[in-house]
Design a protein around this ligand. Structure first.
Ligand code: 5AD
Ligand code: SF4
Length: 472
């Protein structure tokens, strides 16, 4: 079931890539060197994946990557807006970049895209206060980068192209993968959950699942190119497929991915407890490839706050899922996200969160201070919690999470387990760094040629959140 319109769009974009390539070649001749790009990616795995697609387009138009943004001809900020301090950081860095451009690199072109640009107020700020920026686009039209760059060549003014939403999923465009042996794969876009604190549904739009055949053929292609681990990406993967013309469950999709030769590890991100099915737990139990790690955002341990957050589960349901997961997959590692200081959170609500954290015993948790996002229902709620109270709760939660994480870590000491080798160790080039199925990092002595392979390693010493091991 292919959408003709999307194929036409992909074709059109390939034409723009060819046109921009000609422009790039001309500039290359003038400069006597390759044109360089630098992409700064903020935020989640979705943004990281988008940046790989943007890098693929830049590669195809003839640019090469440059680590130092001050030396790049084209600098792109792919932004996140989940919490406000991320936005402030971006503006700070853009201001600095402008002074670099003025001083040493006057031909530098600067572009900004991603979730922040889906907010009209932020685009207005860019227009008025950051008018040195050349291109502004959003999350729905990243596939148009070559077209926007081409327009900049011909129109010579700030190009702003932000779409409010989209039904379209444009397939078959280039991507530049960061790693040869592992890759993220989008299975769905957007989110329909409207958790009351969260801006994502407003900036990433309505939930749209990709056609399963498109996903599977992309993964088969990746496997042919040597990819061993895929990370299936969506804001709420557990509701994958519900809106497809022929509905398909996430568990059923996982079983199809499992059949693909060459793929040895399957991860996914992110899950929502409300849609987590018994079928998924059974599928994980029976699978040889799905990794022994579950990231299951809790957000709060208080039933009252969970209702105000519009999360559609309570602590009893969350605990029940944890029980079933651990029963089916005893060696599973559980991680979570927790927000502290949601409007109206009392000391009692917070104690409920602490108690739940103690009961579940997460391997690790990302803890966030609630950030008020304009346009979300929570921003209008009375009773925003004073900053000093939130800070105190945050510190208490963090120390509890860390204490438990320390106790949970090291439970595989002495075992021999498979490790996917990812890199040469940054501190010691005779050492390699890789990950266990449950996502724990392992450092061990070995040579670079092992990168991308899955090897057996004895986990000799547990060091808090990582192991030192030996190749067996
Ligand atoms: N304030 C703080 N944390 C937030 N998150 C999402 N929105 C907010 C917000 N307004 C957190 C949630 C989510 C993670 C990706 O970011 O915990 O799971
Ligand atoms: Fe935000 Fe909730 Fe959607 Fe996650 S599920 S992206 S927290 S609205």
């Amino acid at each position: 079931m292919k959408n003709i319109k999307n194929e036409e769009e992909a074709l059109l974009q390939r034409e723009y890539i060819a046109k921009m390539k000609a422009v790039t070649e001309k500039k290359e001749k003038e400069l006597g060197r390759k044109m360089r790009y630098h992409i700064e990616t903020l935020g989640c795995q979705m943004n990281a994946k988008d940046s790989e697609k943007l890098a693929g387009i830049l590669r195809d138009i003839g640019y090469e990557e440059c680590e130092d943004e001050s030396l790049a001809d084209f600098v792109l900020y792919n932004t996140c807006t989940v919490r406000e301090n991320a936005n402030l950081k971006v503006y700070g860095r853009l201001g600095h970049l402008n002074s670099v451009k003025k001083r040493t690199n006057p031909n530098m072109k600067i572009a900004i895209c991603g979730c922040m640009m889906q907010e009209p107020d932020e685009v207005a700020t860019v227009r008025t206060k950051y008018s040195f920026i050349n291109i502004v686009f959003g999350t729905h039209n990243i596939f148009k980068l070559a077209e926007l760059m081409y327009r900049l060549e011909t129109e010579d003014r700030m190009i702003v192209d932000v779409w409010e939403g989209t039904e379209e999923i444009v397939e078959d465009l280039p991507a530049e993968r960061k790693y040869k042996f592992k890759s993220g794969v989008n299975i769905m876009y957007g989110c329909n959950n409207f958790c009351s604190y969260c801006i994502v549904p407003y900036v990433r739009g309505r939930e749209r699942s990709r056609d399963p055949e498109d996903i599977l053929s992309e993964i088969r292609e990746l496997a042919k190119e040597g990819v061993k681990e895929v990370m299936l990406l969506g804001q709420n993967v557990n509701s994958y497929g519900k809106t497809l013309p022929e509905p398909m469950s996430f568990a059923a999709l996982l079983r199809e991915v499992e059949k693909i030769d060459g793929i040895e590890r399957i991860r996914f991100m992110t899950s929502h407890p409300k849609d987590l099915s018994d079928e998924l737990i059974e599928t994980m139990k029976d699978s040889e490839k799905i990794c022994r790690h579950f990231h299951l955002p809790l957000q709060s341990g208080s039933d009252r706050i969970l209702t105000l957050m519009n999360r559609h589960y309570d602590r009893a349901k969350y605990l029940e899922i944890v029980r079933k997961l651990r029963e089916a997959v005893p060696d599973i590692s559980l991680t979570t996200d927790i927000i502290v200081g949601f409007p109206g959170e009392t000391e009692e609500d917070f104690t409920d969160t602490l108690d739940l954290v103690r009961e579940v015993r997460f391997d690790s948790a990302f803890t966030f201070i609630y950030s008020k996002r304009t346009g979300t229902p929570a921003a209008k709620m009375d009773d925003q919690v004073p900053e000093d109270v939130v800070k105190d709760r945050f510190d208490r939660l963090l120390s509890e999470v860390q204490r438990i994480g320390q106790e949970m870590s090291g439970r595989d000491e002495g075992k021999v387990l498979p490790v996917l080798v990812e890199d040469v160790n940054r501190q010691d080039k005779h050492m390699l760094t890789g990950r266990l199925s449950n996502n724990t990092v392992v450092h061990f002595r070995g040579t670079e040629d092992l990168i991308g392979q899955i090897v057996d390693v004895r986990l000799s010493e547990a060091h808090g959140f990582y192991y030192i091991g030996e190749l067996v």
